[in-house]
Design a binder for this molecule. Structure first.
Ligand code: ATP
Ligand code: MG
Length: 154
């Protein structure tokens, strides 16, 4: 299945703009492209991946913060999509575990925000089912960046 990832991102942005606005978080979009970027994948599943990452960034983001989504060419036939926030971040010892089912960082905003701890486990499962990779970089008190790859459609 082929779909335009730029168009999908615009739809998702429209969905979560209000949610972000309630915390005065600015959702921004940084792309090299103006036109469309066709990728291979299951559109509904990739929508689930992006929604989960963006919702997390808003949920664990700080008041007046920013959430940025960017798309870049990685190698010839791959793009990498990044979701970056300047929120509470994740301590080093928790980073390897956040993709586990039901794992939630103790003492993080997750306590008061609520949730099941399943979002990232699903995200990882979907990305790997596409034979793609997911990465995390995070620093406590500074912010987090989740990124994943997708294959461009020919
Ligand atoms: P669910 O997504 O099922 O509603 P959840 O958000 O707690 O619940 P995950 O999305 O799997 O579950 O995330 C696991 C934990 O990782 C969160 O509880 C939170 O502690 C931490 N986390 C995830 N994303 C971020 C982020 N962008 N910034 C800081 N911490 C995060
Ligand atoms: Mg979540």
């Amino acid at each position: 299945e082929n779909f335009d990832i730029i168009k999908l991102l615009k739809t998702i942005f429209d969905l979560y703009e209000m949610k972000a606005a309630r915390k005065n978080i600015t959702l921004t979009f940084d792309i090299d492209y103006e036109e469309k970027v066709m990728v291979n994948g299951d559109k509904e599943k990739i929508e689930q991946v992006l929604s989960n990452l963006i919702i997390n960034s808003i949920k664990y983001g700080k008041q007046n913060g920013t959430v940025e989504v960017s798309i870049e060419n990685l190698i010839r036939n791959k793009v990498i999509i990044r979701v970056t926030d300047n929120g509470e971040g994740i301590a080093r010892e928790h980073i390897p575990r956040v993709f586990e089912r039901f794992y939630r960082v103790d003492k993080s905003g997750s306590r008061k925000e609520g949730g099941s701890g399943l979002g990232l486990a699903i995200v990882k499962h979907i990305v790997e089912a596409h034979n793609e990779k997911i990465y995390i970089e995070s620093q406590l008190g500074v912010g987090s960046e989740f990124s994943f790859t997708l294959e461009k459609a020919k």
